[in-house]
Design a protein around this ligand. Structure first.
Ligand SMILES: [Fe+2]
Length: 359
């Protein structure tokens, strides 16, 4: 009986939040959003554990608060006794994490050997990095994350003796790539002149002679000289579906063809599983296969403009995050054939769609 009532109540809240936000979510997302509330009462920790679009979960939490299932105070999200009973009636428990503490669940050990010295050198260099800018949807990952990403590509054989292109690089992954000393050459392109200037400066001072940085807006076609020239691309696209496709298509255009590989990040906070599905269908249609997905691989440093991001207005409690909350999965794809892709200009806003939260 209790379960019946709980099911009805969560169903109703889910349907209402789905209708209000127009998000392509399922009831499972409601379960995740409720389970996350059992993780902690720090709002940002709850968000980190929710694994569902922020646009939808914030709406659901708001409805839960109105129904007395949840309270929000001083940046804390706390289930009331009624809220806890609802979770219990539905058999929903707190989210469990069994991450390896040594590698934070990335499966890459950056704390010893070759990667340790690479990390320390990179950490020094990154201290002087430009701040993240909202107008380019920037927000960079921790230095450990950048080195771990490079390590994965290295271990997959996508770096040694290979030509590598980085499309958009506030993570400074191009510098880390060049520091390995194993790539044939590294080209980094970015719209942000500050980043290009910084990377060039580092290339000079660190004598990274095979690292080249060029200013380029990805909405513009890639110059012929970069087409079909690279073995590997890396990027961390903006997550609107349109923006994502622009990044990946430019990356694929730069690749040589079958056997070439690409890396990118994708969140659950700004991309519903429905968008994940569209993205995977898009990748398959381009002749690529997904070889690796490492969930919660990328950990992002908090950015200054958190109060100006789209999701700020939706948050149940207006409190700046103290710890890391924004994470994304690392994807690796490999081409099985040369895709046919147009290299045309793209006009307009590529940063926003209904699910975008941090732009
Ligand atoms: Fe580990």
């Amino acid at each position: 009986m209790a379960e019946r009532k709980g099911t009805d109540s969560l169903d109703r809240l889910h349907r209402r939040a789905k209708a209000l936000t127009g998000m392509p979510v399922t009831r499972r997302d409601a379960e995740r959003a409720l389970a996350a509330c059992l993780s902690d009462s720090d709002m940002w920790t709850v968000i980190r554990h929710s694994h569902a679009p922020l646009r939808y979960t914030t709406c659901l939490w708001d409805l839960m608060e109105k129904e007395g299932l949840l309270t929000t105070q001083d940046g804390r999200l706390t289930l009331t006794e009624e809220g806890k009973s609802l979770a219990e009636a539905l058999g929903i428990g707190p989210p469990m994490t069994f991450d390896c503490p040594h590698c934070d669940g990335r499966g890459v050990d950056v704390s010893s050997g070759l990667l340790k010295s690479l990390l320390e050198r990179f950490r020094q260099i990154a201290q002087e990095r430009p701040t993240a800018l909202q107008k380019f949807d920037q927000g960079y990952v921790t230095v450990e994350t950048t080195i771990a990403r490079v390590a994965v590509a290295w271990a997959k054989g996508d770096l040694t003796g290979k030509s590598v292109i980085v499309l958009g690089d506030d993570d400074l992954v191009s510098i880390a790539l060049a520091l390995t000393g194993v790539c044939r050459n590294v080209l980094v392109i970015d719209i942000d002149r500050r980043l290009i200037r910084f990377i060039r400066q580092v290339a000079r001072s660190e004598r990274l002679t095979n690292l080249e940085a060029r200013e380029h807006d990805l909405r513009n076609p890639l110059p012929d000289a970069w087409l079909g020239q690279f073995d590997t691309f890396l990027c961390d696209p903006t997550e609107s579906f349109v923006g994502f496709k622009v990044f990946i298509d430019r990356g694929l255009l730069a690749l040589k063809g079958a056997g070439s590989a690409g890396y990118f990040g994708l969140t659950r906070l700004e991309s519903s599983l429905s968008k994940w599905q569209r993205i995977q269908q898009f990748l398959l249609s381009r002749g690529a296969v997904v070889t690796d997905i490492r969930d919660r691989f990328h950990w992002y440093e908090n950015w200054d403009y958190v109060e100006k991001m789209r999701a700020w207005d939706w948050l149940p409690a207006k409190e700046r995050p103290r710890d890391i909350w924004y994470q994304s999965a690392l994807f690796r794809i490999e081409l099985l054939r040369t895709p046919r892709i147009s290299n045309e200009p793209v006009v307009g806003d590529i940063f926003t769609d209904n699910e975008a939260a941090t732009t």
